[in-house]
Design a protein around this ligand. Structure first.
Ligand SMILES: C[S@@+](CC[C@H](N)C(=O)[O-])C[C@H]1O[C@@H](n2cnc3c(N)ncnc32)[C@H](O)[C@@H]1O
Length: 311
């Protein structure tokens, strides 16, 4: 793979710069550095940043971002790690405040455009779907080894697939004859076992479900939101851009819950306020891309940005 293959348009860049970043921000934890698009814009516009922590599971993305951000090499610390390790990363670095955390979840354009990464049903590649290309946990491994019950759960919970039971049964039947190995093999299987009218939606739901399972995305997100709020101090901000409703629902619930006063059941009331809220919800409604951004970058269409601030 060459650098020419690597391109990703940073989503909601203007909104991130205007709403998430504080004028005097000193440290940024960018859990999803990707190709460094947001990072470049932030470092350009906020010279107050002293330390930029850049994490990613994809070492090729990290290497590309390192070159792109070489101008700021004294400020940027690259970490080949899961963003769920935020606490460890924070503990091993001295973190000047105010501190901003950015999670731009989901796929980079390269995941879709580079067939060897094995995410896309539009091209033929190995059935991988892991954000970490070196990981042994692949989509093929899950499809070929998970029990029928586990497959039903994956398709139902992560893909909201109405035919989860039927498809899981057919996967188990088919893999006995011939294990799943490629993205086009999985695509052909779905097309053969789905009414033409439902093919596109089923392809999207099944590929999404398996990708979420391979990367354990929802558990990782939940754990990270918890850890992030535990390391935040007064004035620090957390911004999350999500791209599908399961992630966005989780972020929304978590942010709403944390921005409410703490209540307990007492003799007087079931929800007596016992402590004021320790976070402020900065986005009552999610920030979404403008029509102009969607026209320029159709892949931004499903993005939702939510921001939480520690009081
Ligand atoms: C949407 S892209 C980020 C794009 C980036 N903001 C930019 O402007 O170039 C998401 C990135 O997060 C990475 N990623 C996904 N899940 C991750 C996780 N749990 N921990 C660390 N990196 C992750 C992916 O490998 C990908 O590079």
């Amino acid at each position: 793979m060459t650098d020419q293959n690597l391109f990703h348009e940073p989503v909601l860049k203007k909104e991130i710069l205007a709403l998430l970043l504080l004028d005097d921000v000193q440290t940024v934890f960018d859990g999803t550095i990707g190709l460094g698009g947001h990072a470049e814009a932030i470092l350009e516009q906020f010279p107050s940043v002293k330390k930029y922590i850049a994490c990613d599971l994809d070492s090729e993305h990290l290497a590309f971002a390192e070159k792109r951000l070489s101008k700021w090499h004294q400020k940027v610390v690259f970490c080949h790690t899961n963003f769920s390790e935020i606490k460890k990363v924070i503990q091993s670095n001295d973190i000047p405040r105010p501190f901003v955390i950015l999670l731009d979840l989901g796929l980079c354009s390269t995941h879709v455009d580079v067939p060897e990464k094995g995410f896309s049903f539009h091209a033929d590649g190995p059935l991988k779907m892991s954000f970490d290309p070196q990981s042994e946990r692949t989509c093929a491994h899950i499809l070929n080894t998970a029990s029928e019950k586990e497959l039903v759960q994956i398709l139902r919970e992560y893909g909201e697939e109405p035919r989860a039971v039927k498809l899981a049964h057919q996967i188990v039947e088919v893999r006995e004859e011939k294990p799943f190995q490629t993205t086009s093999g999985l695509r052909e299987f779905i097309e053969e076992h789905t009414h033409p009218r439902d093919r596109k939606k089923t392809l999207m739901r099944v590929f999404q479900a398996l990708r979420i399972a391979v990367n354990d995305e929802l558990n990782v997100l939940e754990q990270t939101l918890r850890s992030a709020t535990e390391v935040m101090m007064s004035g620090d901000r957390l911004g999350v851009i999500s791209y599908h409703s399961l992630e966005d629902r989780m972020v929304k619930r978590f942010f709403v819950l944390h921005s409410r006063p703490k209540t307990e059941a007492t003799d007087k009331s079931l929800h007596e306020e016992v402590a004021p809220a320790s976070f402020r919800l900065m986005t009552k409604k999610p920030i979404v891309p403008s029509e102009a951004e969607i026209e320029h970058n159709p892949r931004s269409r499903s993005a939702r940005l939510r921001i939480l601030e520690k009081i």
